[in-house]
Design a protein around this ligand. Structure first.
Ligand code: GAP
Length: 516
């Protein structure tokens, strides 16, 4: 099955099993806006908890914040978003489709990258254990040619973006012979800038109302509260403020399901530090964040850093943590060294002094900031992508069977334990209910008595439940149940008494946090 088909199946699986629905679907949905269903909401909450605890619980010097979505309009002038939070858009004159010029070029870059990876993989297969990748990539003429094209394009693209040179962006699209995916033509309009912030009016009368913006990032809520938190928490540098909340962007091209949405959630942490130490902390947070991702236990080769050539208007170093989605490696999280750009700008626009007195060095300064910024929805997509498996199983009678299983880390799974009476009679449901009642205070349990046990297992596999227990006639005699493990499908007889301790230990967020 090709990757596009896998992705299509994943999207319909997410809908069929109550993870994600198109927003206001009964009115045919709203483009690039989604709702999380009963299982999606649980998974999302578990991801939030993993992130929040890893920041606020494990680091004494990191505290939380929950700022409002609406902010004083001057915030966005100071942050640079009013003037510079733009995407370059371009239309194809034949299909009338609108694209982000930078994304068309990024797709071209990804194609060169894919060609290189394909050549490496082919050679790996051909030469087997003798394969020397380093030698291959430095000598193979095709790889070298594609690498040169990729590097040149990268440099040219970064320059054009840094200079906001719209003519050059169009010229790159022409020179690289980029065609519209719909019409196949290269008949393009000029490139224009488009501001991504949503605006609305606050106030009841037309004259008195003022234009305010829905925040396009949560970070500014942290910056404008820097003094409040530093003073009330008596915080010493370095310290961090973490926040989870909604952000809104009027994306021109919103596609790939929940990868690029118009309303989404961010989990951001701003780490305030002494100027001059930013690159050391930048490197440190880079490594720590990658460790957080890899602790989930998915394939390590599917993660990589992508250091930025093109820096945002506020950054002096930046990297992305990328994951291999079915449509290629894409950003999940950004780590940025934002200098004193934001605090400095808020100081200037508000007229309030935003300084830190450093007792160790006996001097005052505006702190520098290293930020870690991850999209919760994108992280959700990363997790379900990595967890989704289709398996062919051999049955006892020799025939084949299929199952779809979400191999979610148990600590993130929406339901931890399914409680399944073998039949609906002989007091088995009552016994099952009692066991469930005893366990439901510790973790999320689901009771199911309808259909055959095999079908119930499949339904639980499809939502990623790591443990199913079956209550049968023997349970009534000796207080034991069968535990069935999601990934291995093995079954084991255990005492009811031992369930809580055994399962709790494996499904607790602490199991992930201890790996950090
Ligand atoms: N405060 C810095 C900041 O907002 P960003 O790279 O623009 O940086 C950070 O966004 C993260 O937010 C991204 O890595 C991505 O995971 C997520 N994100 C950004 N735009 C998004 C969108 N339209 N839909 C879903 N997630 C998005």
């Amino acid at each position: 099955m090709n990757q596009e088909d896998v992705f299509r199946k994943l999207i319909s699986h997410c809908k069929e099993y109550g993870f994600i629905f198109p927003s206001s679907e009964i009115y045919d949905g709203l483009s690039a806006v989604y709702d999380y269903g009963q299982n999606g909401a649980e998974l999302k909450n578990n991801i939030k908890k993993y992130w929040w605890d890893s920041m606020v619980l494990l680091n004494e010097e990191v505290v939380g914040l929950d700022a409002a979505i609406f902010m004083h309009p001057m915030t966005w002038k100071a942050s640079g978003h009013v003037d510079a939070f733009n995407d370059p858009l371009i239309d194809n004159k034949d299909s009338k489709k609108r694209y982000r010029a930078d994304m068309l070029i990024e797709e071209k870059l990804a194609k060169y990258d894919d060609k290189i990876s394909r050549d490496i993989n082919k050679a790996k297969k051909r030469f087997g254990a003798d394969f020397d990748e380093q030698q291959f990539v430095t000598t193979n003429p095709r790889v070298l040619a594609n690498r040169e094209k990729l590097d040149n394009l990268n440099k040219r693209f970064a320059r054009a973006m840094n200079d906001s040179d719209l003519k050059e962006l169009k010229q790159i699209i022409i020179d690289e012979e980029i065609a519209c995916p719909v019409s196949g033509s290269k008949n393009w309009t000029d490139v224009r800038q488009f501001n991504l912030m949503f605006s609305t009016e606050m106030g009841s009368t037309a004259e008195g109302a003022s234009t305010i913006y829905l925040r396009p990032e949560t970070a500014q809520g942290i910056f404008v509260n820097y003094l409040n938190v530093q003073k009330t928490g008596r915080m010493k540098l370095p310290f961090g403020i973490a926040q989870i909340g909604k952000a809104f962007r009027n994306e021109i091209v919103a596609r790939q399901f929940i990868f690029r949405m118009r309303e989404f959630e961010q989990m951001e942490m701003q780490y305030f530090i002494r100027p001059g130490s930013e690159l050391e902390f930048f490197e440190n947070w880079k490594q720590r964040r990658m460790k957080w991702h890899k602790a989930l236990g998915f394939n390590e080769d599917d993660y990589r850093f992508h250091d930025h050539d093109k820096l945002a208007h506020y950054a002096n170093a930046a990297t992305d943590i990328e994951f291999r989605f079915p449509f290629g490696f894409r950003e999940v999280e950004g780590i940025h060294s934002r200098t004193d750009y934001d605090l400095g700008a808020h100081q200037k626009y508000s007229g309030k002094k935003i300084q830190y007195f450093d007792p160790e060095h006996n001097e005052s300064y505006t702190p520098f900031v290293v930020e870690t910024s991850i999209g919760l929805d994108r992280m959700f997509l990363q997790i379900v992508t990595a967890a989704y498996h289709e398996e062919t199983l051999k049955k006892d009678d020799g025939k084949e069977d299929q199952r779809v299983v979400m191999k979610l880390p148990p600590a993130l799974a929406p339901v931890k334990l399914a409680v399944l009476p073998l039949t609906k009679k002989d007091n088995l449901p009552e016994k099952a209910r009692k066991i469930m009642y005893d366990l439901k205070f510790d973790f999320n349990c689901q009771y199911e008595e309808k259909d055959s046990i095999g079908r119930r297992y499949r339904r639980q596999d499809a939502i990623g439940t790591p443990y199913c227990i079956t209550i049968d006639h023997q349970t009534l005699k000796d207080d034991t149940v069968t535990v069935r493990y999601r990934d291995s499908m093995e079954q084991e007889r255990v005492s009811v008494e031992s369930l809580r301790e055994n399962i709790k230990e494996k499904v607790d967020i602490t199991t992930l946090l201890k790996k950090l």
